[in-house]
Ligand binder design. Structure first.
Ligand code: AMP
Ligand code: ZN
Ligand code: FE
Ligand code: FE
Length: 286
């Protein structure tokens, strides 16, 4: 087991190829070591399937591992991402909800592919193949973006997200999302610690309202990701104020997606003390 000490930092929000990152959980553990971080949490979208590999690799590379996930949720028609640390991955109700989310993503990807097929000629059938082959891998727009980049239609994932795969595009289809309050309850009931992800991300039309955060806190929200490369500094003051008033744990993370996003591993991080606070309250601290 890795001993934590003062001055140690963790990246608490990373994605692997089990969802829409481009590196495996093992590669992330190795990169955590190279980056000089003490440890990390793997927070793949709507799945805990990468944990075993991440845990084994963390031991191998001598870094610390905190289990996590990032749930796709909906609050009054807006997409909100909820991080859940230390949940018991065997919890029946949580598993059921994650299965619904992952299956819905698969169906949604199929519909988006049908729309894209009309205008972009490529072997779309092969896009869902690795997803099917790996079972419950979480498919998302990044996989479709990578196919378009691979076929030479665009240069980068980000370019595709700005246009053809943006929420305003004719090809876009929303995916099922758990009600945010239900997701907070599910994470708590599964013994986890819920943290509101990137509340002021620049891609949103506006930041998450302070009043919504008050409500989430009353429903059991434990923390908030104030340090995130995509948070807009000018949107943060009211959010910071409510976080302080509600005594929410403040976290910092990179939201690393390998080469899929510009976010660099460890560019924002959390101190070991934040990990200790989380661990003290969860069912699966490691
Ligand atoms: P989806 O959940 O399928 O609607 O896809 C949105 C997800 O794509 C978000 O979680 C983003 O983090 C992720 N994503 C990965 N790479 C990029 C990128 N280059 N630009 C924007 N979003 C990205
Ligand atoms: Zn993602
Ligand atoms: Fe997110
Ligand atoms: Fe994320």
């Amino acid at each position: 087991m890795v001993e934590t000490k003062f001055g140690d930092f963790y990246d608490l929000h990373t994605h692997s190829s089990v969802s829409d990152g481009t590196t495996t959980p093992t590669e992330i553990a190795s990169e955590v070591l190279s980056a000089g971080l003490a440890g990390f949490s793997l927070t793949d979208h709507d799945t805990t399937d990468g944990w075993d590999e991440a845990r084994t690799a963390a031991t191998q590379f001598g870094v610390d591992f905190l289990p996590g996930l990032e749930m796709t949720t909906n609050f009054r028609g807006r997409s909100i991402h909820l991080l859940g640390y230390g949940v018991d991955s065997r919890d029946e109700r949580l598993r059921e909800e994650l299965t619904t989310l992952v299956n819905s993503r698969h169906e949604r990807a199929k519909i988006m592919i049908e729309r894209l097929r009309r205008d972009f000629l490529l072997d779309w059938d092969s896009v869902l193949e690795p997803v099917a082959a790996r079972g419950r891998i979480t498919v998302g727009r990044p996989h479709l973006a990578d196919a378009l980049v691979g076929a030479g239609f665009f240069a980068t994932r980000s370019e595709v997200f700005e246009g053809v795969l943006s929420t305003r595009s004719q090809y876009y289809v929303p995916t099922y999302a758990t009600e945010t309050s239900a997701a907070i309850a599910l994470v708590r009931e599964a013994g986890g610690f819920p943290v509101l992800a990137h509340p002021a991300a620049f891609r949103m039309r506006k930041p998450v309202d302070a009043s919504a955060i008050e409500l989430f806190a009353a429903q059991g929200l434990g923390g908030i990701e104030l340090r995130h490369p995509e948070n807009r500094e000018d949107w943060l003051p009211p959010i910071r104020e409510v976080a302080e008033r509600q005594g929410l744990l403040v976290t910092g993370s990179s939201d690393y997606h390998g080469v899929g996003k510009p976010n660099r591993l460890g560019e924002q991080s959390s101190p070991a003390s934040a990990v200790e606070t989380i661990r003290a309250q969860v069912a699966s601290p490691r």
